[in-house]
Design a protein around this ligand. Structure first.
Ligand code: NIG
Ligand code: FE
Length: 419
């Protein structure tokens, strides 16, 4: 195999290479850093990564190969963002002001605003309009080092618009350098036109939407919360999703202890997300099944949540943790996994190493992409972030600054910061 690209003079390389299972407990913080490192890439994949002298002394021929000089700075795998709602029309800036004045999120949702407001705007927007706005958002993700993103539907809440959203998400995967994994979230809330007839909307999900969305989505998610879906409704929806062979995800215990995490464990979910109000018993249940806890510190902060996910306790209990932006217009209009790492350290007590694992390899596990992304290992996609700081420890440290100087996707430079 001919090496096509050599990234050398890496002061500190965190490969995140390791055992195949999600990192939990003490292993949550396992980050081995190699100093004076280099990476060899061919055909869009990593071939070798390690100490520069070992890479250069390997059997490969580096004659005439393209070289990127990392200038002694650090490099980490491309970030994986395993929970976003990136496709939507309009925004909720006005609602933000209202919430700041004290009106609760769930109250706005219950009176037909919030998610419902974004549903109206998303239904109105054409596919092309959505695509144009989402491409810009995908570009923001890239600039922040994210190279793989999960995108949910859930602002259509009718057959046509849910499919439109999923198709736009798929097109983002084709037209932007970012890789996309899709999730069907038709059970995001009861649409206003079904007010007083929630059973009929659940029936529509069960009898039509889940099946029609399946060719366009790998996972099915349900928002289990007051103002959204009850555990009983979610059981029926996830039961049908299992029959259709969807992977299972749950928006669980976000605003109230909703029982969502117990449900996620019972359905063998790949992830349970939010968890600001998870109970001790539920932690044990997630740990036993191996369900990944996806923490969304952007939403916790933006909704001024009074309860934080008990991250340290979850780590002690053995729940593997991942981080995500939850990018959406209502509860987290944020793009940066670097910022999530910073917030998770300050608000939830993660260490920088634990946060890096959570934003890379565990995040890849949370969307079933751990075989192809999330770490720098031979055969995986050559998705790489080069920093302008000498250690990955600076990622969560300089809160609000993104120390990303270059991003490679599949071995190609897709972003380079102008100095
Ligand atoms: O993950 N919790 C439910 N869904 C989103 C919020 C969506 C919205 O407010 O538009 C979330 O926080
Ligand atoms: Fe969400």
């Amino acid at each position: 195999m001919r090496i096509e690209l050599l990234v050398q003079n890496i002061g500190e390389l965190a490969t995140l290479a390791g055992p195949p299972e999600p990192r939990a407990g003490k292993a949550q913080g396992d980050v081995e850093a190699v100093n004076d490192a280099a990476i060899a890439i061919a055909e869009g994949r990593f071939v070798l990564a390690g100490e520069e002298k070992d890479v250069l002394e390997s059997d490969h021929d580096f004659e005439g190969v393209e070289v990127i000089d990392a200038g002694g700075m650090a490099a980490v795998p491309g970030f994986v963002d395993p929970h976003t709602h990136l496709v939507y029309g309009g925004d909720r800036q006005a609602e933000y002001v209202e919430r700041l004045s004290g009106v609760p999120y769930v109250e706005i949702l219950k009176r037909g605003g919030g998610i419902n407001e974004t549903v109206r705007k998303t239904r109105e927007a054409s596919s092309d309009e959505l695509l144009e706005s989402v491409l810009k958002r995908a570009n923001e993700l890239l600039r922040n080092g994210t190279t793989t993103v999960e995108i949910k539907s859930g602002y259509g809440l009718d057959v046509e618009t849910e499919l439109k959203m999923l198709e736009v998400a798929e097109r983002i995967g084709e037209e932007s350098p970012v890789d996309v994994v899709t999730t069907f979230l038709g059970a995001h809330t009861i649409p206003v036109e079904y007010k007083g007839r929630r059973d009929e909307y659940v029936k529509l999900l069960l009898e039509e939407m889940l099946e029609k969305a399946r060719p366009h989505a790998d996972f099915c998610d349900v928002f289990v919360e007051e103002g959204a879906f009850s555990v009983q409704e979610a059981e029926r929806i996830l039961g049908r999703a299992k029959e259709l062979d969807y992977g299972i995800k749950v928006h669980a215990d976000q605003i109230n202890p909703s029982g969502g995490s117990e449900l996620a464990a019972r359905f063998g979910a790949i992830s349970a997300d939010h968890l600001d109000n998870i109970t001790d018993v539920e932690m044990l249940q997630l740990a036993e099944v191996g369900t990944i806890g996806v923490l969304l510190p952007g939403a916790t902060l933006f909704l001024k949540s009074s309860s934080y996910p008990p991250a340290r306790k979850m780590i002690e209990t053995g729940v593997p943790l991942a981080l995500a932006t939850d990018h959406n217009p209502g509860s987290s209009p944020m793009y940066s996994q670097v910022l999530m790492m910073g917030l998770s350290c300050l608000l939830f007590g993660l260490t920088p190493s634990e946060a890096l694992v959570a934003a890379t390899i565990n995040a890849a596990h949370a969307i079933g992409s751990d075989q192809i992304v999330g770490s720098i290992e031979p055969g995986k996609n050559a998705d790489l972030v080069v920093l302008d700081r000498p250690s990955f420890g600076y990622l969560p440290y300089e809160l609000g600054r993104t120390p990303v100087s270059m991003v490679l996707k599949g071995g190609k430079v897709v972003y380079r910061r102008e100095t």
